[in-house]
Design a protein around this ligand. Structure first.
Ligand code: GTP
Ligand code: SPV
Ligand code: MN
Length: 595
């Protein structure tokens, strides 16, 4: 759909269906934001935080049955089941609309419909896309003000593009989990979302537009929409090498993107471009160029503190929303590990549901904040934000970093042999599940490129698209895999993580620039024990050896688990991926697959 008229028509149709009492168009002004906030305060839907400590910041408590993305309710409504592949839920577009339209009929009676035109991507970027969300949730509307560029930038962009806009119809309805649907219609660039007000289910610019629909568009148009952070590593001469990183939800993208380098005095520092999503196109120089489509961070609160992520703490210190965190009697937000010296909250704290927190009788204290509680903070407030984060050209990418949570198996870091092997490394990723979506926390699942919940089409075709992109790149990024989460026999993390991860980035930098000692293993190149820059870090030779160890017998078992996963894709599995799996099997001595 294109143009202002089409936009007005679409809103008319949405209003006709949902029948709101009032329609409010949002143009992105501060006054509008304050009116949204004032309305929610009046109705008791949000709580003002301590104004001196956290100016213009508020706490929102979601329904306890609506605390994370729900992948089971998420559908891609493409014409054929085959288009979406075995890892997505599919519904026929006509059937989906017939089923869900009645739920939207009259759903906004007695409510206000907020109309939010928004831009994803920097103003003036060829990659930028216009979204239009209508919602009956003022919390969602306010969140969109932080996470996207609302109003004029979108309307201006609409005049200059043939891409049209991506409409999204959202209602919290009565938050009925049994009638929750997050429907994507890729052929219409359309989203329908009902009965959830949380995160990626409801802020339709994020996972729905910028990943599921954008990945579909990217395949058609020859670009990539990825679940990736974007960072710049500055070296002592002041040059910045840009890298992206794809880790599954709640596996460390925000933290790596905002890393504070312990080696800053020696000239090594990290700049933030984005913490969750990267859109990448092929530049005239044959390199990949990336932009962050978002304007804010919707970050995991637990674990965030002055030690682990001081940049996030600064970014969320004002003009921020907090969802499902605890509230201290001083009006401060509180979450597990906000202060590592304070394992439980101060007396009188209310938990994420607003109940007085109690320790409980279990061995571990009850949590006060929900494990998937989040902060919503403007990107511009992040001290490490790169001066190029708004650059319409984006930044040229020298490395892709894949990673996940693996207590065993994956070493601290390894490098893929080449692009095709790198695509396989991404495709065969696995990680322990987190609280970012429904499902059993800790269970290892395969999550290719961290896109399992977000790839809008058949994952087999997606790998083919990656392989094809590689052929078009004269200078493709080097590909690495990291694991900050390997555990020792005592069950503790072997690697200190967070700021110290810069040492791993420095080895990648060395490799990219043709230096950096490495040894060849069955899974890729690992650093030699003297190749990592470990000065000033207290780590034993034994721990380091354990961190870098590649156990071929473990990997042989891993191959056996990859086999059925890849087999589900049938004809859609690129031969190159099957070839790489066979190569890995052979190198680790796993023998031929069982038929
Ligand atoms: P989404 O927003 O869900 O996509 O997640 P994300 O990938 O941005 O994850 P985030 O950086 O918010 O990290 C999630 C959790 O992992 C937090 O509790 C962090 O404290 C923890 N974490 C991040 N980096 C590290 C690390 O280097 N080491 C360890 N041990 N934990 C980490
Ligand atoms: C994720 O789950 O990867 C997130 C949070 O970034 S949400 O926006 O809820 O999807
Ligand atoms: Mn994410």
């Amino acid at each position: 759909m294109s143009g202002m008229d089409a936009l007005n028509d679409w809103v008319d149709d949405a209003a006709h269906l949902t029948k709101p009492d009032e329609i409010v168009w949002l143009s992105g002004s501060d006054d509008e934001y304050q009116r949204l906030i004032a309305g929610m305060l009046d109705r008791g839907e949000i709580t003002r935080l301590n104004e001196r400590a956290y100016p213009n910041s508020y706490l929102y408590r979601s329904s306890p049955s609506d605390v994370a993305r729900t992948e089971g309710d998420t559908y891609i409504c493409a014409p054929r089941k085959e288009d979406v592949g075995p890892t997505n839920h599919w519904m026929d577009p006509t059937v989906a609309k017939e089923k869900v339209r009645p739920l939207f009929d009259g759903v906004m009676r007695g409510r206000t419909m907020y109309v939010i035109p928004y831009l994803m991507g920097p103003v003036g970027s060829s990659l930028a896309r216009v979204g239009l969300e209508v919602t009956d949730s003022p919390y969602v509307a306010a969140s969109m003000f932080i996470m996207t560029r609302v109003g004029q930038p979108a309307l201006d962009h609409l005049k200059t593009t043939d891409d049209g806009f991506y409409p999204g119809l959202h209602s919290i309805a009565n938050l009925d989990p049994k009638n929750r649907y997050i429907l994507h219609f890729p052929e219409e660039n359309l989203v329908w979302s009902i009965n959830s007000g949380y995160g990626g289910n409801a802020l339709l610019g994020k996972k729905c537009l910028s990943l599921r629909l954008a990945s579909w568009a990217g395949r058609r148009e020859g670009w990539l929409a990825e679940h990736m952070l974007i960072l710049g590593l500055e070296d002592p001469s002041g040059n910045v090498t840009y890298m992206t990183g794809a880790f599954p939800s709640a596996c460390g993208k925000t933290n790596l993107a905002m890393l504070v380098s312990p080696l800053a005095e020696q000239g090594w520092r990290v700049w933030t471009i984005g913490d969750d999503i990267a859109w990448m196109r092929i530049g005239e120089d044959g390199r990949l160029w990336a932009v962050n489509p978002e304007a804010g961070f919707f970050g995991v609160a637990p674990g965030t503190n002055e030690g682990t992520n001081p940049n996030a703490m600064a970014a969320l210190s004002r003009n921020s929303l907090f969802t499902n965190v605890a509230l201290t009697p001083d009006g401060l937000p509180w979450w597990e590990d906000i202060n590592p010296d304070q394992k439980t909250p101060p007396p009188g704290t209310l938990d994420w549901q607003g109940r007085p927190w109690t320790r409980g009788n279990g061995e571990k204290p009850n949590v006060a904040a929900h494990p998937n509680s989040r902060f919503t903070a403007p990107a511009r407030q992040c001290p490490s934000i790169s001066e190029r984060w708004n650059d319409p050209q984006g930044v040229p990418i020298s490395a892709f970093i894949f990673g996940g949570r693996r207590a065993r198996m994956a070493p601290l870091v390894y490098q893929a042999f080449n692009w095709q092997h790198g695509v396989f490394v991404g495709a065969s990723m696995a990680s322990e599940q987190t609280a970012a979506a429904e499902g059993k926390v800790g269970k290892v699942r395969r999550d290719p490129m961290a896109m399992l919940p977000f790839c809008g089409y058949n994952m087999g075709d997606y790998w083919a698209h990656w392989l094809d992109m590689g052929k078009k790149l004269t200078n493709p990024p080097a590909v690495f895999h990291v694991n900050w989460f390997r555990k020792g026999a005592d069950g503790k993390f072997l690697w200190p993580g967070f700021g110290q991860n810069v040492r791993v980035l420095m080895w990648m930098y060395d490799r990219i620039h043709g230096r950096g000692k490495a040894q060849e293993t069955a899974i890729g190149y690992t650093p030699t024990e003297d190749a990592l820059h470990l000065d000033g870090l207290d780590i034993s030779a034994e721990t380091l050896r354990e961190l870098l160890r590649v156990d071929n017998a473990d990997w042989a078992k891993e191959c056996a688990e990859m086999e059925p996963f890849f087999a589900q894709f049938g004809d859609h599995l690129p031969a190159a991926i099957a070839e790489e799996l066979a190569g890995l099997r052979e190198r680790v001595g796993a023998g031929a697959p069982v038929a």
